[in-house]
Design a binder for this molecule. Structure first.
Ligand code: PMP
Length: 316
């Protein structure tokens, strides 16, 4: 799909996966005008395919595009383009329980600019790939390290939208953490350096005495669609959920910690290390709360229980 700045997006076409051509002075290459989404398609036992809340991704892209000075497709255009791409790649949606099809819509400034300015032209492309578990641990617990020097987002910055630069900002801390054997990094706020923000590609939840807490959305963490869904699922299961500032010290007193995201779904956290001090949770797998939430969410996503929330979109 293409759009000239100030115009609207035109209907796109399906192409074989391959390299794309970009002018060296394209806005995305020089000034970071790139914004992406991530969502999944699941195969049901009857063979049909379910998308999970695609209109939420469309809305998040709209908000992000506004922040990045980019035009965005309408919610309908976005969802229709996702559906058409998945239908054309139906055979790549794994059988039930064997993974999912990850869908990556990417909006970028493809028009040329030399001085710092928004690009005059934009392209939305969508590619897909079958995926299994995100972390090499599978659904076993992951080990996080809290980063207190390198930050992924600043107040007033772009941390709250899914722009490509946010991911460049995490690569160094993540590489150091992985080289030391950690699964990923948990970031702190950059003002007080004591409140939890999120992990490189997922949101964080802390459980204490059956109360579930997660950092509130304040412009420096991504408003995860899985986060939002898990909050609703947890409340519907009778849990108290608080969206608030969560201090790093609370990790040392928590009963359970878990992460949420499209790629990671719900991942239990087995240990967290902060300034050399390590705290462990559970016995290497899900805790009781994350297990319950994971089970409900994944059954919903795979069409194994009734979708009372109307979150899934069935493709035929
Ligand atoms: N935070 C970051 C930085 C992410 O990249 C993601 C993955 N999109 C998330 C949180 C989780 O968001 P979602 O549940 O919408 O995938």
């Amino acid at each position: 799909m293409k759009c000239v700045r100030g115009g609207s997006f035109s209907k796109g076409e399906l192409q074989r996966f391959g390299n794309i051509e970009l002018n060296p002075s394209a806005g995305v290459l020089n000034y970071g005008q790139g914004l992406f989404e991530g969502l999944k398609a699941y195969r049901k036992v009857d063979g049909n395919i379910l998308l999970f809340r695609p209109e939420e991704n469309a809305l998040r892209m709209k908000i992000g595009a506004e922040r990045m000075c980019m035009p965005s497709p309408t919610v309908e255009q976005f969802v229709e383009a996702v559906k058409a791409t998945v239908l054309a790649n139906k055979r790549w949606v794994p059988p039930p329980g064997k993974g999912s099809l990850y869908i990556r819509p990417l909006l970028m400034g493809t028009g040329t600019v030399l001085g710092v300015a928004p690009a005059p032209e934009y392209t939305l492309l969508i590619y897909v790939s079958p995926v299994g578990n995100y972390f090499k641990e599978g659904v076993a617990a992951i080990n996080l390290v809290v980063e207190h020097e390198l930050h992924r987002a600043t107040p007033g910055g772009t941390g709250g939208v899914k722009t490509i630069g946010n991911y460049a900002a995490v690569l160094k801390a993540q590489s150091i953490a992985k080289a030391k054997g950690y699964s990923d990094v948990l970031y702190l706020d950059c003002v007080h350096k004591k409140y939890l923000e999120e992990v490189s590609s997922c949101n964080i939840f802390v459980v204490k005495d059956n109360v579930i807490s997660t950092p509130s959305i304040k412009g420096t963490i991504l408003p995860g669609i899985t986060r939002k869904s898990i909050i609703d699922v947890a409340r519907s299961q009778g849990f108290q959920v608080e969206e608030r500032l969560v201090a790093v010290d609370e990790l040392f007193d928590a009963d359970e910690v878990f992460c949420t995201g499209t790629a990671v779904v719900v991942s239990p956290v087995g240990s967290i290390t902060y300034k050399g001090k390590r705290v462990s949770y559970g016995e290497g797998g899900f805790g009781a709360v994350s297990q319950q939430l994971y089970t409900v969410l994944t059954r919903l996503q795979m069409g194994l229980i009734e979708d009372k929330m109307n979150w899934t979109v069935e493709l035929k």
